[in-house]
Design a protein around this ligand. Sequence first.
Ligand SMILES: Nc1ncnc2c1ncn2[C@@H]1O[C@H](COP(=O)(O)OP(=O)(O)OP(=O)(O)O)[C@@H](O)[C@H]1O
Length: 356
Amino acid sequence: MLLDRVEKVFDVRKKTGFLKRERRQVRAVDSLSFSVARGEMVGYIGPNGAGKSTTIKMLTGILTPSGGRLRVAGIDPTRERMRLAHRIGVVFGQRTTLWWDLPLLDSYRLMHRMYRIPDARYRANLDRLVELLDLGDLLDTPVRQLSLGQRMRGDIAAALLHDPEVLYLDEPTIGLDVISKTRVRDFLRELNAERATTVLLTTHDLQDIEQLCSRVMVIDHGRLMYDGPLAGLHRAGESERTLVVDLEREVPPIDAPAPARVVRVEGPRQWLAFPAAESAAPLVARIAAQYPLVDLSVREPDIETVIAKMYAERAGQADQREAAAQDASAAGDVSAAGDAGDASKGRDEGVGRVVS
Ligand SMILES: Nc1ncnc2c1ncn2[C@@H]1O[C@H](COP(=O)(O)OP(=O)(O)OP(=O)(O)O)[C@@H](O)[C@H]1O
């Protein structure tokens, strides 16, 4: 998958008076370039309105880019949308591609015909997907009677019946309970290992990314802000996870090794913040050894917070660079400004690419 300076500009007309309309342009995707290799599983995240859906719609051929070059499985999505449809699968967590009133199996039969999947391949894929996604008891149930988790598994199977080499997943675990989420994630991991399916995953749940993707891309205002491992993103944003600890009884705030610290206490429950780029294991082991532990869970920071912190961090670095440049020019020394810039660059590149 390759994007080279891809743009998408929407013309928006807004009513501003009785007969007046104002024309405005929205640059939903702005000179976006990245490539994803065959078999990679990449998280594609960003705040609301960042341009994620617009990117995916261009990658499927639903939308035509306003500029730049785009290839998926070697195909130009705009020119050969139908040929591309046989090579890609798409799952939109919030909408179903299944026929609402038909039993699940009937939807699959329709897709068998629509995609002209050879009979033997259809049967082999259906058997495998039904087994892996545990759909056996649901095949005769109308889609509208399925729970959200069951419907999601049904949709994922539908997207994979024709053996696509690229899969776009838009919020595949949204609204699912913990068990259903685990099932979907386990399946995706297995699919990727077994078939080397390339996966582009859009999600607001950072645990999806943590458990599935070795690489994450952050987009905001249509631009690529970060490309690298999730831990690097946490480091770049200095984000924190929260360990929620339930103890047998009320005790004074837990004495945690810095930078971990208690941020809230409510009866026997305590909340500890710790750096998201670090493992929770040493902290958990220490608490388990020293306190009457009953239960605990780890909460991920939300994407908006991570990105907001990343901006703040970058603004801070820019201020530092500017201050260093001013100091240097006041002292008549040009190299100090260059050093400040290089230091922050080296730090960014060590973990991933913070794109400016
Ligand atoms: N058809 C359209 N016409 C005009 N503007 C659009 C259209 N589709 C998207 N936009 C605008 O483009 C920008 C990016 O939208 P997009 O849906 O790609 O964001 P997103 O990252 O998928 O957001 P979300 O997480 O909320 O789904 C937004 O400002 C949106 O209002």
